[in-house]
Design a protein around this ligand. Sequence first.
Ligand SMILES: Nc1ncnc2c1ncn2[C@@H]1O[C@H](COP(=O)(O)OP(=O)(O)O)[C@@H](O)[C@H]1O
Ligand SMILES: [Mg+2]
Length: 306
Amino acid sequence: MEGGRYVEAVSDATFTLAAGECLALVGESGCGKSVLASALLGLLPANAETAGSARLADGLDVLAADERTLARTVRGRRVGLVPQSPAAHLTPVRTIRSHLEETVRELAGRTRARTRARTRGGAALRDAARAAAERAAFPATHLDRYPHELSGGLAQRAATALALVGDAPLLLADEPTTGLDRDLVHRTVDELRSHTREAGRALLMITHDLAAAERIADTVAVMYAGRIVEITPAAAFFGASGPRHPYARGLLDALPERAFTPVPGAPPELGALPPGCAFAARCARADATCRAQRPPLLEGVACHHA
Ligand SMILES: Nc1ncnc2c1ncn2[C@@H]1O[C@H](COP(=O)(O)OP(=O)(O)O)[C@@H](O)[C@H]1O
Ligand SMILES: [Mg+2]
């Protein structure tokens, strides 16, 4: 619901993500990427309606699971998250070290009393926390800082460290490179890639940084106005043939190292989607069919002219 209206924020989002693979979900701001991530964590607002299913490797359907199951066994355990606004997800009164150590402790099912700082368990816990910080390029010198003492880029890296230490088999990383310099973007992306590939975890990487997507993804899904309009192997997407959907081609052409031409116009309001293809108003190839009929996703692309 948006302003009392019913909004179809995400629909037709069909994909499979295998262990060891990274799917990059790209698309303009407001197209529904974070809503999709929230759905996969069972974190949609209480008044949200869902249809279909979202099955984890063990068969659990997250969309049908009850809150207790989600809280105890899904969030942070089977599905990890690097949230889009990390600062909002950190507890203001706890240091980053405390966040990391608490996560390790919780996952090990241990209580604070049984893991005193000076015991061997305590040392292992501190090491795990430090190692995760290091992997996320979070400086050890800042571990005892509180969230409000961190810049946006540092809070981002703290959130990535927390997700890495959490070690869930499926990780959702929602714009995890926001506010980072190019070299840190590369470092974060490479770390997430090895986290995924080497240990057979799955990664859904949400990003509007196509260069980051190219570096990490096995598959690219392009979202437009709440729908996946193209899903294609990264090698094809970034290769000579390129994507097939005009919007996906437009995203690539907007890159400075390519044509540097932004897609003209703006996406439609989700509450007032046109009857046909949602991209028709911005598409040079659109005709009467496009304006009348919504193209289904066939062989990885939703376009009447692909
Ligand atoms: N709780 C909500 N109530 C109403 N509309 C929402 C809610 N959450 C998201 N939306 C709408 O859903 C659309 C997609 O949002 P979002 O998934 O955050 O986009 P993205 O992550 O791709 O930038 C936006 O138009 C947003 O306004
Ligand atoms: Mg978002």
